[in-house]
Design a binder for this molecule. Sequence first.
Ligand code: GTP
Ligand code: MG
Length: 197
Amino acid sequence: MIIKKSEFTISSPNVTKCPEDTKAEYAFIGRSNVGKSSLINMLCNHKGLAKTSAKPGKTLLINHFIINNEWYLVDLPGYGYAKSSKTVRNKLEQMIAQYILQRKQLVNVFVLIDIRHEQQKIDREFVDWLGESNVPFSIIFTKADKLSPAKAKSNALLWMKKLEDRWENLPPYFITSAEQKMGKDEVLDYIEQINET
Ligand code: GTP
Ligand code: MG
């Protein structure tokens, strides 16, 4: 699929303030600083569309971007940023959980994982919660440019394999790099495939 047009629509503090629209939505979630906003910019070939930062905790609202006037990409705040206060973390976690559970237009959640690290408890708990909640999701490994292609692949496979202790049907996964525009066609084709069904 080709993205011809991508535009910022609105930032919302909670799910009730999100656009009153029935178009399909695809949301990006993961630990703070994992590369959610950068990935959205890479997919859209639109630098500066979603705001990025080297410091964690940049995205603090639910951000909608309308794509080809047909569907939305949604940039969510990251979870688990240890340096933010407990009150802020709880508020963000609630915002994210309500959006994911209540937003009827949400078609698929992409959970972003930094490909350099072993499976972290917080990510595993989040993925298990999505599974228990029957929320359709896929895994996107980010920052693959930081490893050799072989190491990136083996890390991703190992991460996925660890899900097998609990989940029989593993979700699809993608290896990406916003820096090198890797994985763009795979993710966009996957979205297109869902859009058509
Ligand atoms: P929050 O909004 O704070 O939760 O962060 P985020 O997940 O949106 O991350 P963001 O896209 O702002 O990127 C965080 C940092 O990682 C920035 O310094 C990016 O330049 C860097 N980064 C993102 N994607 C990649 C990538 O594919 N490769 C490399 N090398 N760096 C990346
Ligand atoms: Mg962000």
